[in-house]
Ligand binder design. Structure first.
Ligand code: ISL
Ligand code: CA
Length: 587
């Protein structure tokens, strides 16, 4: 398929540098640590490494608060270290994609320092400055320019004594929002992006890119939102997929990417709160905005009325239906990303799998995701089936989202036990404990004291053990990636790559509470994925559950979670053990 964009057959691996591998014993992962572990990525077979922010930063939000876009934070190394990472990755056929965080900067960025210095500074308008609400004493409760709550608890506005105005921060108060209405801001961002592309990076993952355009009236008015569970206003309608977002992204494409061949870069927008309709617009190739986005509907599906720290049991049919809707909705018009995990989400094996069936559930969830249409993203540690952190005490948490929420818990009427349970289920720190490399001290992550506690159990769950075991989660992920690439795997030497990349998706047994089954079809060929997403044995009836699809007679077994995969009996019943999955191809 020479005319297919390269990123359709690509698998991306995300590295969160702070937690990946520490080369100098200070307890914090760094860039030389990543370079030293590239053979792990090469063995897995991924094409792209997405590097979470390693730029100069006060580290209020672990690097998502950037004080210099064109410098590497000394915690993580130097620009020379990054150049070396790019070169060493390239030598292994792996491209580096950088995180682009331009909805906001750090409050310690030179742009913001100038902006805040006086009302007539030329950069004043680079950020969102507003006076106190009329009739209110500036700096007091209720005087905020709008009622918007921030993503990290509290108001989205910070009072700044020096010039007697508030600035907007959708995230922490150390992450002031850039004003994209100002063309100078956009030009400065595009120039910075070009600088990175010239340095040899292969594109960007764009942090909360769908929040950059705010709904603003002719005289700069911003509008209050409806109250949300914590009492603050919901500003989402004012800035999610805002009025000028498509204009800005098309402009960015013209100003930055048009100068580069399509084969040299790719883009993925992180788009919380976006809809399928919007995602089609972002990713439609002819619109030349983005290649794909990260949607959030599926990962928000188990959040309760109190938000992410009010977790609810998974409604499996709802999850299946949601992902099927996105599969069908993007087919032929745009393109999607596929992910269970990233540095903001709890570990999938703990969340929707079962730690007592850790290996089987990790493999089966990986199979379900990777054989859908889209570009799969693997988050560090997912490929070895790492679990949640199992923190039991507030003092173990490091993430400002968790800590701000905890500080607000009493006001919200949340008792300590519920707080700890909510954080244990959904805190971002679940994904931020160090990657387990071997069974040694601190799992080989550092020779020093790790900046955050280790996930218990690394003596068994570590990369070295996983590589040595052909039945491990690692080797299963390696096979899934090879299948997408059209490469032979143990026990199957056919090529299902065209099916995996281009095949039409159809969900089977939509209402079944435990079975997740779907087909991918291309011409005469078909791939069938059948998975038991429960910890009990289930009986799958080929006629009633799988629409009579029974490719087994003339089928090739492609991949299975268990060593002796299930086969249907003469009556057409397939008995699947806990978290067992099989993938078969029919001609
Ligand atoms: O995890 C979340 C908070 O509940 C998400 O809403 C998250 O904040 C949102 O997806 C945006 O995430 C991105 O931007 C944030 C940063 O903290 C996240 O790590 C990043 O992925 C601000 O830059
Ligand atoms: Ca280090």
């Amino acid at each position: 398929q020479p005319d297919r964009p390269w990123w359709k057959s690509t698998v991306v691996y995300q590295v969160y540098p702070r937690s990946f591998s520490d080369s100098n014993g200070d307890g914090i992962g760094d860039i030389p640590g990543i370079t030293a572990r590239l053979d792990h990525l090469a063995a897995l077979g991924v094409d792209v490494l997405w590097l979470s922010p390693a730029y100069a930063s006060p580290q209020d939000d672990n690097g998502y608060d950037i004080s210099d876009y064109q410098a590497i934070d000394p915690t993580f190394g130097t620009l020379a270290d990054l150049d070396e990472l790019i070169a060493q990755a390239r030598a292994r056929g792996i491209r580096i994609v950088m995180d682009l965080v331009v909805n906001h900067t750090s409050d310690e960025h030179a742009w913001f320092e100038q902006s805040r210095s006086s009302k007539d500074n030329p950069k004043r308008d680079w950020y969102w400055w507003r006076p106190a609400r009329e009739g209110h004493e500036p700096g007091t409760e209720g005087a905020e320019p709008t009622n918007w709550g921030s993503f990290f608890s509290g108001s989205a506005w910070q009072w700044d004594e020096a010039t007697g105005e508030y600035y907007l921060h959708l995230f922490s108060r150390k992450q002031p929002d850039l004003n994209w209405e100002n063309p100078q801001v956009r030009e400065a961002v595009y120039a910075m992006m070009r600088w990175w592309l010239e340095r040899g990076v292969a594109g960007f993952r764009m942090d909360v890119i769908n929040l950059i355009s705010k709904q603003v009236g002719p005289n700069g008015e911003l509008t209050d939102g409806a109250p949300r569970a914590d009492g603050w206003g919901n500003g989402f309608p004012q800035f999610v997929d805002g009025p000028r977002i498509h204009e800005f992204l098309a402009e960015m494409h013209r100003e930055v990417f048009d100068a580069y061949p399509e084969t040299t870069f790719f883009t993925v927008g992180e788009t919380p709160g976006t809809t399928l309709e919007q995602a089609r617009l972002y990713s439609a190739p002819e619109r030349r905005e983005l290649n794909m986005v990260f949607q959030f509907e599926h990962v928000d599906i188990d959040h309760g009325p109190g938000g992410k720290f009010d977790p609810q049991p998974l409604d499996l049919p709802a999850l299946k239906a949601n992902l099927a809707r996105w599969q069908e909705g993007l087919a032929g018009t745009g393109w999607g990303s596929l992910y269970w995990n990233n540095h903001d989400q709890p570990r999938i094996v703990s969340r929707w799998g079962d730690e007592t069936h850790r290996v089987a559930s990790a493999k089966t969830l990986g199979t379900i995701l990777h054989l859908m249409q889209g570009t799969p993203f693997v988050y560090q540690g997912e490929e070895i089936g790492m679990t949640n952190a199992h923190f039991t005490d507030l003092s173990q948490y490091r993430d400002l989202e968790a800590l701000n929420y905890a500080a607000d818990a009493e006001r919200l009427g949340i008792d300590y036990d519920s707080l700890i349970a909510g954080l244990a289920a959904n805190s971002r720190d679940n994904a931020r404990t160090p990657v387990a490399w071997d069974a040694g001290p601190n799992a080989g992550f550092t020779t020093g004291e790790p900046w955050i506690g280790m996930t218990p159990g690394w003596e068994e769950v570590n990369a070295q053990a996983a590589l040595a075991d052909p039945g491990s989660v690692f080797h299963h992920y390696r096979r899934l990636i090879a299948l997408r690439h059209g490469e032979p795997i143990e026990g199957f030497d056919g090529d299902v790559s065209p099916l995996v990349i281009d095949g039409t998706f159809a969900l089977l047994a939509a209402a079944h509470p435990a079975l997740w089954a779907y087909t991918r079809t291309l011409g005469e060929r078909r791939l069938l994925v059948v998975a038991n997403c429960s910890s009990e044995t289930i009986e799958v009836h080929l006629d009633t559950d799988l629409d009579g699809i029974s490719p087994w007679s003339a089928a090739a077994l492609v991949l299975a979670s268990h060593a002796q995969p299930a086969v249907p009996d003469d009556a057409g019943t397939l008995s699947l053990r806990p978290w067992e999955s099989v993938v078969v191809r029919a001609e």
